[in-house]
Design a protein around this ligand. Structure first.
Ligand code: COA
Length: 687
């Protein structure tokens, strides 16, 4: 039950918000908070107030359950205005995460004291909106336009130390006594008669207009298609105006975005993320596994990236590689990668060294013995992986989680190489592993529920987005990708050029077209896999590989790459190879419209996902959407393939699939039984 309590610590009033689990600013909390604040200010014995929270965190924002529904005042902005009017010092005591409306509340206090591990942010853009409680106006007044733009348009949190340096918090307390520290801080403010620091009364420091234009350019590049980040730039730009004018602008933009389509779609994504954490058949009372030590086997790109994920959250990790030169190469690459991402995250050199110091290189598998979790990331070869697991079975301590990072090998066959298959699980990280949030948690038949639960908890601790999938070939993401790749190859055969296909998908919202992406990843790995399995449905890709065109690494693939350039240019030689394939197969090329390209590449994803849902390999349509948004660049603002199919109308998708199946003679495109059933019931995947 939500409660806001008013207690007295001598002459300091402590207003405590208690609304588990995350102290969201629900309607009831806002009403009670406004009332307690009024009472504290009216009480002659109260000299100052502290706003604090019970439980695990400071206010984590608006109540997501109320978002999009009619709400009534007082709104967060009204409480912020009430705080502006307070004539006694008010200090926010922040622990856990101060997010969205929570940070806006704190920004309207006169001072902010934070626990050392507190994190602060305005994540609204991730929901397709902008802060609506004055955050876009007060944050630039606190930290300057540059950081405010970064935080509001990116939606990411910053830590207490960075917040202190930026002027967002005024003091860092020790973990145990953030509230006591805030009370002491308030007493000092009273005793020393500090003038109240109201951000609304401050002018924003000089901000050259390039800051805004640069932010817009960055957004167009990195968050293409999303409306909220661009609108957030407009709102922050309005902070250069008088405060009340800026607030009006913020309100207008907030209201406009709340009416727009992206809010609904991104809210769906948000709820899908919360849902993904819940696995229906896992008992709730599984004992947590303590993880204090990790080991990663294989110091290649994936292994190094995974090791960094552990180090970034303070878990010591042994990085094991059989070959000395490979280990050294791996470590050098790891440092290089981390330096570049540390620059983006404003990590200090000391912090960087501390984190890299947690990665302990080793040439002996025996050094995995102390680890609570071991992630194998060696070359994608089943026999090799099985050998590693046989050895690990001897070495690993009892109860250790044995994970494989395979992206398509049979996890059950790997588990069978050990005498403890219940402890074996797949953790399919995406590349680059220290940046990509998605991890497919691959649950094999014999994986123990406790191991699944512990792996999910561990991935969340690594700040990843774990999505549980079944141990079928290609799991969920790559199994779907296979369908798209086959259709992409057929589009080339039928008359499209790589540029036509890539352009259509980029216009749809993917950051990269499928062929540019394949050139980047390399064509040879899947070529080898196809050859090993006798798959012959990729005539164009096969012909390119036979000509030694493996993508960027060989300078040619679907495109040609000038030395040192990552930007492909159309290549007449590739066109010739494609044209030879058409001639060989007797296909007369036809122009293919962009809209048809989109259908032919998206609908097979939907169809395959429907089959995976039916087979229980994917648990929910939301899980599929998360996998494609976070692992394969599907535009979040379109909600993922399943949500998109519902928007189009599942019946039209079904009809179109049926038509394509006939036209192309492709059995994989015959509408999946689940789709047929849903259409018959007049339903989509979600409704
Ligand atoms: N309103 C209501 N409930 C919320 C909430 C919010 N703003 N944020 C989280 N919750 C709920 C979750 O749904 C979950 O409930 P459940 O246990 O019934 O599923 C619970 O709080 C814990 O959240 P979870 O995300 O599992 O915990 P976490 O410790 O990993 O992360 C947060 C906590 C606060 C960092 C994370 O939940 C978050 O980012 N929340 C959204 C914050 C936000 O966007 N605020 C701005 C809204 S405008």
């Amino acid at each position: 039950m939500a409660e806001v309590r008013l207690e007295h610590a001598g002459d300091v009033a402590v207003i405590e918000i208690d609304n588990p689990p995350v102290n969201a600013l629900s309607q009831a909390v806002r009403v009670a908070l406004a009332a307690r604040l009024g009472e504290a200010m009216a009480d002659g014995t109260v000299k100052a107030a502290v706003i604090a929270c019970a439980g695990r965190t400071f206010v984590a924002g608006a109540d997501i359950n109320e978002l999009g529904k009619p709400r009534s005042p007082p709104f967060t902005g009204d409480i912020a205005a009430q705080l502006d009017g307070c004539t006694k010092p008010v200090v926010a005591a922040i622990h856990g995460t101060a997010l969205g409306g929570g940070l806006e509340l704190a920004l309207a206090c006169h001072w902010r004291v934070a626990a050392p591990d507190a994190r602060l942010g305005l994540p609204e853009v991730k929901l397709g909106i902008i802060p609506g409680g004055g955050g876009t106006q007060r944050l630039p007044r606190a930290v300057g336009v540059k950081l405010a733009l970064d935080m509001i348009t990116g939606g990411d949190m910053i830590g207490a130390q960075a917040a202190l340096e930026a002027g967002l918090v005024d003091e860092i307390a020790t973990r145990a006594d953030v509230r006591a520290a805030a009370i002491a801080f308030a007493r000092r403010a009273v005793a020393e008669k500090w003038p109240l620091k109201r951000l609304r009364d401050r002018a924003v420091e000089f901000a050259p207009s390039e800051l805004f234009s640069r932010a817009r350019t960055e957004i167009a590049r990195r968050q293409r298609g999303l409306e909220a980040p661009l609108k957030a730039v407009d709102a922050v730009a309005a902070s250069l105006k008088p405060f009340d004018d800026g607030l009006k602008r913020e309100q207008a933009i907030f209201a406009e975005l709340q009416r727009g389509p992206q809010f609904g779609t991104l809210r769906h994504v948000f709820f899908a993320e919360r849902e993904a954490a819940k696995i229906p058949d896992l008992p709730a009372d599984l004992p947590p596994r303590e993880i204090t030590q990790a080991a990663v086997i294989g110091a290649g790109t994936m292994g190094g990236g995974i090791a960094l994920c552990f180090a970034a959250v303070g878990i010591p990790v042994t990085l094991i590689e059989a070959d000395k030169a490979a280990l050294e190469r791996g470590l050098a690459a790891l440092r290089r990668n981390y330096e570049s991402s540390a620059r983006r995250q404003n990590l200090s050199a000391a912090e960087l060294d501390k984190r890299l110091g947690l990665v302990k290189p080793s040439l002996q598998l025996a050094h995995a013995a102390a680890a609570d979790v071991i992630v194998e990331a060696v070359f994608e070869d089943l026999a090799l992986k099985q050998r590693v697991f046989r050895d690990l079975d001897r070495i690993a301590k009892p109860g250790a989680i044995l994970a494989t990072n395979t992206s398509y090998q049979d996890v059950e066959a790997i588990a069978a190489a050990t005498a403890r298959p219940a402890d074996v699980i797949g953790l399919h990280f995406f590349s680059p592993a220290h940046i990509m949030r998605l991890v497919e948690v691959v649950r094999a038949k014999e994986t123990a529920p406790a191991v699944v639960a512990a792996s999910i908890a561990l991935m969340r601790r690594l700040r990843k987005l774990p999505v549980v999938v079944g141990a079928a070939p290609g799991f969920v993401g790559n199994r779907m990708l296979f369908e798209r790749s086959r259709e992409a190859d057929r589009l080339l055969r039928d008359g499209a050029s790589p540029q036509d296909v890539d352009r259509a998908m980029v216009e749809f919202g993917f950051p990269m077209g499928p062929f540019a992406a394949t050139d980047l990843a390399g064509l040879d790995i899947s070529w080898r896999m196809r050859k090993a399995r006798g798959i012959v449905e990729f005539p164009v890709a096969d012909a390119l590989c036979e000509a030694g065109r493996f993508g960027q690494k060989t300078g040619t693939g679907y495109y040609r790459y000038e030395a040192g350039s990552r930007q492909g240019v159309p290549d007449p030689e590739a066109d010739r190879i494609i044209s030879d394939v058409r001639n060989r197969l007797g296909v007369a090329p036809q122009p293919i419209a962009a809209a048809v390209i989109v259908e032919r590449l998206i609908y097979p994803l939907v169809n395959q996902a429907a089959r995976l849902l039916e087979a229980g390999v994917a648990l929910r349509p939301g899980d599929v959407d998360l996998i494609w948004i976070n692992g394969y660049g599907f535009p979040a603002w379109r909600g993922g393939p399943m949500f998109y199919a519902d928007q189009i109308g599942l019946e039209s998708v079904r009809d179109r699939l049926g038509h394509l199946a006939r036209e192309l003679g492709e059995p994989a495109l015959v509408p999946a039984p689940l789709i047929e059933r849903r259409v018959k019931e007049g339903r989509g995947f979600y409704a």
